[in-house]
Design a protein around this ligand. Structure first.
Ligand SMILES: *Cc1c(COP(=O)(O)O)cnc(C)c1O
Length: 350
């Protein structure tokens, strides 16, 4: 347990003592941080620019907090100026919750400026790092992230089932100063902290096999190195994005902030979304995601996460997608996507 926590601190790039995996997928981390930090009536500013921002909003309502949503068009990041305005209107807001890597839209949210604004207002920054951890560097301490949660099955490349969290002293002080215990006993962070770093007295049966799996996954991440791992994700993401654009397809995320590990592509007119995905799955053994929430039927979500982020996967996917689009009657020039991707890959390798 101590070793897993120490490895997790390295991957989050934090000194935070309270850093450990919760028993549950990424959503359990979302619920744990919101439910432990927020008390009924607390105002919380929430960035809502995708499916997972909506989920945080729903959870904030359920724990009796008063959410203040700041919205952006799906595909755009949340602008720091919007956070400032929200604080002007709600100076007592306890926290700002924001998604670092919005898996529904393909947006990588810049956090530096927002982190400083949140700190200047004495509030807490809660970051959803479910898709970013293990793909791009989190740098939790430098980015002034007070509390973050993630999952094991995305860029960490482990089996699903745990939610690694990290909580700094500022956030921990708010959690321990609560007037009433956190709603929900299973994810009560005070109790879980006691198990992980205190008496180790039984709270709930630890999913030991999952924890061993995470420990090994973290070792693999650190063996590659965080910087090298980020470079790999960026290189392959850029190659994929160049390839789909060369095939005449449009990307949905704002080009200033595209995620390398999750690319959203606009489904072309006259192309059957489900049929293309089915063909990729049945003929090529490749699964890509359909659109979530408001983007249902309009977007493809192509993941290149962890061990899946390889040049070979990029080239295979582009060839398979070309074949599937031609089957739909779309005139895609043969090999054009793979050629564009190969150019990015060879340029960056040079
Ligand atoms: C996947 C995801 C979640 C939810 O994680 P689960 O492991 O499916 O519970 C939350 N936020 C983001 C940004 C995600 O991509």
């Amino acid at each position: 347990m101590d070793n897993t926590a120490a490895l997790l601190r390295q991957v989050y790039q934090t000194e935070n003592r309270v850093t450990f995996p919760l028993s549950g997928t990424g959503s359990s981390g979302m619920e744990a941080l919101l439910y432990n930090i927020l008390e009924p009536g607390d105002e919380v500013i929430i960035g809502v620019n995708g499916f997972f921002g909506d989920r945080m909003l729903e959870m904030a309502h359920r724990c009796g907090a008063t959410p203040v949503p700041i919205r952006a068009v799906w595909g755009d990041p949340i602008q720091p100026a919007r956070v400032k305005i929200a604080f002007n209107e709600h100076p007592n807001a306890k926290a700002v919750a924001i998604v670092h890597a919005e898996t529904s839209t393909g947006v990588l949210q810049p956090l530096e400026e927002i982190g400083q604004i949140v700190r200047d207002h004495g509030a807490l920054l809660i970051a959803d790092c479910v898709t970013s951890l293990g793909g791009v560097q989190i740098d939790a301490d430098a980015r002034l992230i007070d509390a973050a949660y993630s999952c094991t099955q995305k860029c960490l490349g482990c089996p699903p089932g745990l939610s690694p969290i990290t909580v700094n002293d500022r956030a921990w002080a708010k959690i321990t100063a609560r007037k009433r215990p956190a709603q929900g006993w299973y994810l009560d962070l005070k109790l879980l902290n006691e198990y992980w770093f205190g008496s180790r007295a039984y709270h709930h049966t630890p999913p030991a096999s999952m924890i061993y799996g995470l420990q090994e996954g973290l070792r693999v991440v650190l063996e590659e190195g965080l910087a090298a791992r980020q470079d790999r994700h960026v290189r392959n993401g850029e190659a994929l994005q160049a390839g789909v654009q060369a095939m005449g397809l449009a990307l949905l995320a704002n080009e200033t902030c595209r995620l390398p590990m999750l690319t959203t592509v606009s489904v072309p007119n006259d192309v059957d979304d489900a049929r293309v995905r089915g063909r990729l799955r049945d003929q090529w053994n490749i699964e890509i995601g359909g659109g979530l929430g408001a983007m249902r039927g309009q977007a493809w979500r192509i993941g290149l996460m962890g061990a899946g982020s390889t040049a070979a996967n990029v080239l295979l996917l582009l060839s398979a997608l070309e074949e599937a689009l031609r089957a739909e009657g779309l005139p895609v020039e043969a090999g054009v996507g793979a050629a564009a991707a190969a150019e990015v890959l060879s340029r960056e390798a040079a």
